[in-house]
Write a protein that binds this ligand. Structure first.
Ligand SMILES: C[S@@+](CC[C@H](N)C(=O)[O-])C[C@H]1O[C@@H](n2cnc3c(N)ncnc32)[C@H](O)[C@@H]1O
Length: 249
Protein backbone atom coordinates (compact mmCIF):
# COMPACT_ATOMS: atom_id res chain seq x y z
CA UNK A 1 0.00 0.00 0.00
CA UNK A 2 1.48 3.33 -0.95
CA UNK A 3 1.38 6.73 0.69
CA UNK A 4 -1.38 7.95 -1.66
CA UNK A 5 -3.81 5.11 -0.68
CA UNK A 6 -3.05 5.61 3.07
CA UNK A 7 -3.87 9.31 2.79
CA UNK A 8 -7.21 8.74 0.94
CA UNK A 9 -8.26 6.01 3.48
CA UNK A 10 -7.48 8.31 6.43
CA UNK A 11 -9.77 10.97 4.86
CA UNK A 12 -12.55 8.45 4.07
CA UNK A 13 -12.06 8.97 0.34
CA UNK A 14 -12.52 6.15 -2.17
CA UNK A 15 -9.27 4.36 -2.84
CA UNK A 16 -8.48 3.83 -6.52
CA UNK A 17 -7.91 0.27 -7.59
CA UNK A 18 -4.28 -0.26 -8.52
CA UNK A 19 -3.94 -0.02 -12.30
CA UNK A 20 -3.72 -3.36 -14.04
CA UNK A 21 -0.99 -4.15 -16.37
CA UNK A 22 -2.35 -3.07 -19.76
CA UNK A 23 -0.09 -5.31 -21.77
CA UNK A 24 -2.05 -8.17 -23.34
CA UNK A 25 -1.54 -11.56 -21.84
CA UNK A 26 1.24 -13.48 -23.53
CA UNK A 27 -0.24 -16.12 -25.81
CA UNK A 28 2.20 -18.46 -27.44
CA UNK A 29 1.90 -17.95 -31.21
CA UNK A 30 0.48 -20.75 -33.24
CA UNK A 31 3.09 -20.09 -35.91
CA UNK A 32 0.42 -19.15 -38.47
CA UNK A 33 -0.12 -15.59 -39.66
CA UNK A 34 -3.55 -14.41 -40.63
CA UNK A 35 -3.64 -12.21 -43.73
CA UNK A 36 -4.55 -9.18 -41.60
CA UNK A 37 -1.34 -9.58 -39.53
CA UNK A 38 0.88 -8.89 -42.51
CA UNK A 39 1.55 -5.31 -43.64
CA UNK A 40 0.87 -5.36 -47.38
CA UNK A 41 3.82 -4.44 -49.62
CA UNK A 42 3.26 -1.78 -52.30
CA UNK A 43 2.04 -3.44 -55.49
CA UNK A 44 5.36 -2.80 -57.22
CA UNK A 45 8.50 -1.91 -55.27
CA UNK A 46 9.95 1.28 -56.80
CA UNK A 47 13.15 0.66 -58.80
CA UNK A 48 16.24 2.19 -57.21
CA UNK A 49 17.13 5.47 -58.96
CA UNK A 50 19.63 4.81 -61.76
CA UNK A 51 21.88 7.82 -62.24
CA UNK A 52 24.12 6.17 -64.81
CA UNK A 53 23.59 5.23 -68.44
CA UNK A 54 25.31 3.02 -70.96
CA UNK A 55 25.16 4.37 -74.53
CA UNK A 56 25.50 1.70 -77.19
CA UNK A 57 27.76 2.53 -80.12
CA UNK A 58 31.28 3.17 -81.36
CA UNK A 59 33.01 5.54 -78.97
CA UNK A 60 34.68 7.40 -81.88
CA UNK A 61 31.21 8.35 -83.18
CA UNK A 62 29.66 8.98 -79.77
CA UNK A 63 32.41 11.26 -78.48
CA UNK A 64 32.13 13.51 -81.58
CA UNK A 65 28.59 14.52 -80.66
CA UNK A 66 28.98 14.39 -76.90
CA UNK A 67 27.33 17.60 -75.59
CA UNK A 68 28.64 17.89 -72.00
CA UNK A 69 31.84 19.08 -70.38
CA UNK A 70 33.34 16.36 -68.22
CA UNK A 71 34.33 16.52 -64.55
CA UNK A 72 35.94 13.08 -64.44
CA UNK A 73 36.94 10.33 -66.87
CA UNK A 74 37.95 6.89 -65.67
CA UNK A 75 38.32 4.23 -68.33
CA UNK A 76 39.59 0.73 -68.88
CA UNK A 77 40.10 0.61 -72.67
CA UNK A 78 41.35 -2.31 -74.72
CA UNK A 79 45.02 -2.27 -73.70
CA UNK A 80 46.49 -0.45 -76.65
CA UNK A 81 50.15 -0.11 -77.52
CA UNK A 82 50.49 0.41 -81.25
CA UNK A 83 51.08 -2.88 -83.05
CA UNK A 84 50.05 -3.72 -86.61
CA UNK A 85 46.93 -4.82 -88.54
CA UNK A 86 43.78 -5.04 -86.44
CA UNK A 87 45.82 -4.44 -83.30
CA UNK A 88 46.93 -1.14 -84.75
CA UNK A 89 43.33 -0.25 -85.66
CA UNK A 90 42.19 -0.84 -82.07
CA UNK A 91 45.15 1.10 -80.66
CA UNK A 92 44.50 4.02 -83.03
CA UNK A 93 40.84 4.10 -81.98
CA UNK A 94 41.77 4.07 -78.30
CA UNK A 95 44.32 6.86 -78.78
CA UNK A 96 41.88 9.04 -80.74
CA UNK A 97 39.01 8.49 -78.29
CA UNK A 98 41.23 9.21 -75.28
CA UNK A 99 42.37 12.44 -76.92
CA UNK A 100 38.87 13.54 -77.88
CA UNK A 101 37.67 12.69 -74.37
CA UNK A 102 40.53 14.60 -72.71
CA UNK A 103 39.61 17.63 -74.84
CA UNK A 104 36.15 17.63 -73.22
CA UNK A 105 37.45 17.64 -69.64
CA UNK A 106 37.02 20.81 -67.63
CA UNK A 107 40.32 22.43 -66.79
CA UNK A 108 41.85 21.00 -63.63
CA UNK A 109 39.83 17.76 -63.92
CA UNK A 110 41.14 14.21 -63.66
CA UNK A 111 41.34 11.42 -66.20
CA UNK A 112 42.34 7.96 -64.98
CA UNK A 113 43.30 5.40 -67.63
CA UNK A 114 43.92 1.73 -66.87
CA UNK A 115 46.77 0.27 -68.92
CA UNK A 116 48.59 -3.02 -69.31
CA UNK A 117 51.54 -3.10 -66.96
CA UNK A 118 54.06 -2.52 -69.71
CA UNK A 119 56.05 0.57 -70.41
CA UNK A 120 54.76 0.48 -73.98
CA UNK A 121 51.08 0.47 -73.06
CA UNK A 122 51.44 3.16 -70.39
CA UNK A 123 53.46 5.41 -72.73
CA UNK A 124 50.95 4.91 -75.55
CA UNK A 125 48.00 6.03 -73.40
CA UNK A 126 49.91 9.00 -71.98
CA UNK A 127 51.16 10.12 -75.39
CA UNK A 128 47.60 9.97 -76.73
CA UNK A 129 46.69 12.77 -74.31
CA UNK A 130 49.89 14.80 -74.56
CA UNK A 131 49.24 18.53 -74.34
CA UNK A 132 45.70 18.01 -73.02
CA UNK A 133 46.15 15.95 -69.86
CA UNK A 134 49.47 15.31 -68.14
CA UNK A 135 50.39 12.27 -66.01
CA UNK A 136 50.53 12.98 -62.27
CA UNK A 137 50.42 9.67 -60.43
CA UNK A 138 50.37 5.88 -60.96
CA UNK A 139 48.41 3.26 -59.05
CA UNK A 140 48.43 -0.54 -59.35
CA UNK A 141 45.71 -3.15 -59.39
CA UNK A 142 47.40 -6.37 -58.33
CA UNK A 143 45.67 -9.61 -59.34
CA UNK A 144 46.79 -12.02 -56.63
CA UNK A 145 46.15 -15.32 -58.42
CA UNK A 146 46.84 -14.31 -62.03
CA UNK A 147 50.02 -14.89 -63.97
CA UNK A 148 51.02 -12.52 -66.73
CA UNK A 149 50.81 -13.83 -70.30
CA UNK A 150 53.98 -11.94 -71.18
CA UNK A 151 56.93 -14.28 -70.75
CA UNK A 152 59.43 -11.83 -69.33
CA UNK A 153 62.04 -13.07 -66.85
CA UNK A 154 61.31 -11.79 -63.37
CA UNK A 155 57.71 -10.79 -64.05
CA UNK A 156 55.35 -13.52 -62.92
CA UNK A 157 52.30 -11.66 -61.69
CA UNK A 158 49.64 -9.86 -63.65
CA UNK A 159 48.80 -6.32 -62.67
CA UNK A 160 47.20 -3.28 -64.21
CA UNK A 161 48.54 0.26 -64.02
CA UNK A 162 46.18 3.17 -63.46
CA UNK A 163 47.60 6.46 -64.69
CA UNK A 164 46.01 9.56 -63.19
CA UNK A 165 46.30 12.49 -65.60
CA UNK A 166 45.13 16.02 -65.07
CA UNK A 167 43.84 18.55 -67.57
CA UNK A 168 45.64 21.86 -67.38
CA UNK A 169 46.92 23.66 -64.35
CA UNK A 170 46.06 22.69 -60.81
CA UNK A 171 43.80 25.70 -60.67
CA UNK A 172 40.61 24.29 -59.20
CA UNK A 173 40.75 24.09 -55.44
CA UNK A 174 37.37 22.32 -55.31
CA UNK A 175 38.67 19.19 -57.04
CA UNK A 176 39.98 16.23 -55.06
CA UNK A 177 43.65 15.23 -54.76
CA UNK A 178 44.41 11.54 -55.37
CA UNK A 179 45.75 10.52 -52.02
CA UNK A 180 44.34 6.98 -52.10
CA UNK A 181 45.53 5.57 -55.41
CA UNK A 182 48.65 3.58 -54.55
CA UNK A 183 47.41 0.04 -55.00
CA UNK A 184 44.52 -2.34 -54.64
CA UNK A 185 44.50 -6.13 -54.68
CA UNK A 186 41.51 -8.05 -56.01
CA UNK A 187 40.99 -11.19 -58.09
CA UNK A 188 39.74 -10.94 -61.66
CA UNK A 189 35.96 -11.21 -62.20
CA UNK A 190 34.63 -12.89 -65.35
CA UNK A 191 31.02 -12.99 -66.54
CA UNK A 192 30.85 -15.55 -69.35
CA UNK A 193 33.59 -14.58 -71.80
CA UNK A 194 33.62 -11.01 -70.55
CA UNK A 195 36.09 -9.79 -67.92
CA UNK A 196 34.78 -7.02 -65.72
CA UNK A 197 36.38 -4.89 -63.06
CA UNK A 198 35.73 -6.02 -59.49
CA UNK A 199 33.57 -3.53 -57.59
CA UNK A 200 36.44 -2.80 -55.18
CA UNK A 201 38.76 -1.90 -58.09
CA UNK A 202 36.13 0.31 -59.76
CA UNK A 203 35.55 2.17 -56.46
CA UNK A 204 39.31 2.44 -55.89
CA UNK A 205 39.84 4.07 -59.31
CA UNK A 206 36.86 6.43 -59.13
CA UNK A 207 36.12 7.46 -55.55
CA UNK A 208 39.33 9.49 -54.88
CA UNK A 209 38.56 11.73 -57.89
CA UNK A 210 34.78 11.93 -57.73
CA UNK A 211 33.06 15.29 -58.11
CA UNK A 212 29.55 14.91 -56.62
CA UNK A 213 26.94 16.23 -59.03
CA UNK A 214 29.51 16.42 -61.85
CA UNK A 215 29.52 14.55 -65.18
CA UNK A 216 31.46 11.30 -65.52
CA UNK A 217 32.33 9.40 -68.71
CA UNK A 218 33.92 6.02 -69.43
CA UNK A 219 34.23 5.74 -73.24
CA UNK A 220 35.03 1.97 -73.08
CA UNK A 221 32.57 0.93 -70.41
CA UNK A 222 32.06 -2.84 -70.92
CA UNK A 223 29.58 -3.92 -68.27
CA UNK A 224 29.52 -0.42 -66.76
CA UNK A 225 31.41 -1.09 -63.53
CA UNK A 226 33.17 2.32 -63.65
CA UNK A 227 30.02 4.39 -64.39
CA UNK A 228 28.30 2.48 -61.57
CA UNK A 229 31.16 3.38 -59.21
CA UNK A 230 30.87 7.03 -60.27
CA UNK A 231 27.11 6.95 -59.64
CA UNK A 232 27.79 5.49 -56.17
CA UNK A 233 30.12 8.44 -55.59
CA UNK A 234 27.33 10.89 -56.44
CA UNK A 235 28.21 11.69 -60.06
CA UNK A 236 25.94 11.68 -63.12
CA UNK A 237 27.65 8.86 -64.99
CA UNK A 238 27.77 7.74 -68.62
CA UNK A 239 29.51 4.97 -70.49
CA UNK A 240 29.99 4.15 -74.19
CA UNK A 241 30.08 0.52 -75.22
CA UNK A 242 30.16 -1.24 -78.57
CA UNK A 243 28.68 -4.48 -77.17
CA UNK A 244 26.77 -3.76 -73.97
CA UNK A 245 25.69 -6.79 -71.94
CA UNK A 246 22.02 -7.72 -72.34
CA UNK A 247 19.71 -5.26 -70.64
CA UNK A 248 22.49 -2.86 -69.60
CA UNK A 249 22.11 -0.12 -72.24
C1 LIG B 1 38.68 -3.80 -71.01
S1 LIG B 1 37.00 -3.77 -71.48
C2 LIG B 1 36.21 -2.77 -70.26
C3 LIG B 1 35.71 -3.59 -69.12
C4 LIG B 1 34.91 -2.76 -68.14
N1 LIG B 1 35.77 -1.88 -67.38
C5 LIG B 1 34.10 -3.63 -67.20
O1 LIG B 1 34.32 -3.59 -65.98
O2 LIG B 1 33.23 -4.36 -67.67
C6 LIG B 1 37.02 -2.68 -72.88
C7 LIG B 1 35.67 -2.50 -73.51
O3 LIG B 1 35.76 -1.57 -74.58
C8 LIG B 1 34.82 -1.93 -75.57
N2 LIG B 1 35.21 -1.29 -76.83
C9 LIG B 1 36.26 -1.58 -77.62
N3 LIG B 1 36.29 -0.75 -78.68
C10 LIG B 1 35.23 0.08 -78.56
C11 LIG B 1 34.73 1.16 -79.34
N4 LIG B 1 35.32 1.55 -80.46
N5 LIG B 1 33.62 1.79 -78.91
C12 LIG B 1 33.00 1.41 -77.76
N6 LIG B 1 33.43 0.40 -76.99
C13 LIG B 1 34.53 -0.26 -77.39
C14 LIG B 1 34.90 -3.44 -75.60
O4 LIG B 1 33.70 -3.99 -76.13
C15 LIG B 1 35.11 -3.78 -74.12
O5 LIG B 1 33.87 -4.06 -73.49
Amino acid sequence: MGFREDYRRSRGLPVEQPKRNHLPRYEPHSGRHEAADVTPLPFEAPAPPRNWALHEGHSLDLIQTWPHELDLVVTDPPYAFGGSGTEHAVSATVATVLRETAARLRRGSWMVVLCASSHRSVSYMIEACRGLAEPVRYGFWCKPESRTKVRTPGWGWASVIAVAMRRGAKNRKDLPEPSQLDWVSAPVVTKGRRAQLPVSVADWAVAPFAVPGGTFLDPFAGSGMLPMAAARAGMVAHGFELNPPDGAA
